[in-house]
Design a protein around this ligand. Sequence first.
Ligand code: ACM
Ligand code: ZN
Length: 768
Amino acid sequence: MTLRALIVTGIVVLLTALTPQTLHALIPQPRKIIYHEAQFEFNRKTQWIVENKEQEAIVRSLSSLFTKTAGFENTIRLSGKASRNAVILQTDKGLEKEAYSLDITAKKIILKASTSHGFFHGIQTLRQMLPSEINGKTLMPNAKWTVKAVSISDSPRFDYRGFMLDVSRFFMPVEDIKRLLDQLAYHKINYFHWHLVDDNGWRIEIKKYPLLTEIGAWKVDRHNNFSMRHNPEPGEPATVGGYYTQNDIREIVQYAAERHIEVIPEIEMPAHTNSSLAAYPHLTCPVVKNHIGVLPGMGGAHAANIYCAGNDSVFTFLEDVLTEVMALFPSQYIHIGGDEATKTNWEKCPLCQARMKDHNIPNEEELQSYFIKRINRFLQKNNKKLMGWDELVDSEIPEGATIFGWRGMGNAAEEAGKKGFKYIKSPAQKYYLLRYQGPQWFEPYTYFGNTTLKDIYQYEPLNTQYPESVTKNMLGVQACLWTEFVNSSRDAEYLIFPRLSAFAESAWSLPENKNWESFVQRIDKTTADYAHAGINFAKSMFNIAHKAEVTDNKVRLTLENIRPDAEIRYTTDKSEPTNSSELYRSPFFVNQGTTVKARVFINQQAFGEILALNFLSHKAIGAKVISTEANAGILTNGLLGSEKRTDGEWVEVYDRDAAFVIDLGQTNTFNSVKISWNINAGMTLHLPSELHISVSDNGTEFVKIHTQTYSENERFQFGMYRDTKEYLFGKQNARFIKLEIKNPGMTPAGHVRPDTQTRFALDELIVQ
Ligand code: ACM
Ligand code: ZN
């Protein structure tokens, strides 16, 4: 950590003659740290002095790491005095529930808190101060285990600091959940929201309904991209999945409790539950006629198979399920989902319609409110509090519900807050870890756009556009991992780490103690800790993002990396960048046909991936593109996109037509336009239905020179690929070329997402 970074943060109150690298790299950043010029060394004679068995268990969570790595087993004493070489835990009733203070001198360490939560957090801080090797499995009998002398006083910003894991789409084994919980504890996350149920698998054993796991936990084996997976056929073997037995659940809940993490189960209703309906199909509306199975993918029209709100046996079933769930989870909360319920079957269902009539329910949205309120009454009777996604705000919110704001920037949560409901901010754009965490060319395929480590770090979750009367209802924040594109626990870790650390600092630390430069200085110690713990963390923060803009008939290249300490060095002769290659200082113009290779260097050392940009050569490079499409300028920048439709190199047009006019600047000769279409059936990206090409000398009167149509059969190809077409029309002399492109139209029956709006996308207009 540099001195400058510390001064910028304003955290360090006193800085004695330390060499900068000896300061502690703690995440989340504590409220207050004062450094002293000394250090404490742990050795085999170090004693731990505790007041009770609870503290002893907390201490053991760290002392056992010494046993594994340092090879010594310290004495833990219940009470007693020690003037030196001791870690002493002392209750201080004056501290808040999760607060702690840590005073480290050369002689001893005194950790104070008022509750076991505070003691646990203090021990985690101590763990972070130790060399990264403490987190590993390697015995290092000759290592020195020292920590710098400090005085820390610390407490969290938010009471609720949550992490959600979806184990329906990817079933994560018990041991890997434990590894994850261990890291949550390290980051002072105190709630684990366990998304146990979804269309793609029911993951919790329910004794009264054994088919939930015998049938509901297993899906058909599809090897293609999640969004492209067809629904199961009747009788097709379902072999992929798994579930947690009730003993597994108890084990996880216990393991989490030992780490001061409360586990909140989520049992989805009324939607996202083809898994339970596959087991008990009578629980959906009688109008549903499709084959109900556990969905291996998005499900298309089958996502509309939801619980029938007019059938009382649905409520009996759910109350029975929740009874077993409540017995397994001591949490005060039960999350019931409530999101994304398509109500087309409710509209047609005689039972649902009869329910609405009997209860004077004006519409299907309010029928959802009836559904959730009925479940809420049951939970309240059992002294549990209901949690749900922000769709609960779209109709009358059940009494006492806590709302998770997820859609967009999660502002529906504040709307609940206005009405006095407690809420948690979990905006998809910032806290959904399935999004790309870096320049997309280097990332595994997923949905949506980018949320980098820096994006998460810099997001301020407390929305001050709302008055204090609203924001006082904000309990905290939550990061979520949906596992559509996860095929192993390592994949999950890659998406979670290190972004969880940026999230954790937003959850725990005060905004005035947050600083991106300081965080980046600290993250390298945290990732070293991950490495020793065997966590598969992403190194995306070292990759380079690019922007190639057309301006003044030229292509201007901007390169960016999120780390303030990174230098970008590049070559234009196809060689690999080294630490003596040209230093990137500001955007520069690139000639067509050039290959730019760039890489990050920190302290002369190479990091991250090499960005290789192969600029094409053609007659429209740098030409102005006139269009109402926002980023049409990239169509003549000489760069092709990747298979990732959101990598910034595609112009995507959804559910409408589009036109592009290329202005070559002066009359030129050309024979063809070559276009690559991004085909991604799962995302309903297809060939257009029609393409018309015309030319003009004045930009107003155009003459049509080419028409291409694609039949339904040609358009709706299955797969994920680049479809390059060259449209040849014979030699032309003109200044302007117009392309008019018609949308592919609704997807046909038999499509993986039938009867759905479509899009087309193109990355370059290659004029030759
Ligand atoms: C959600 O992402 N459907 C809560
Ligand atoms: Zn119904």
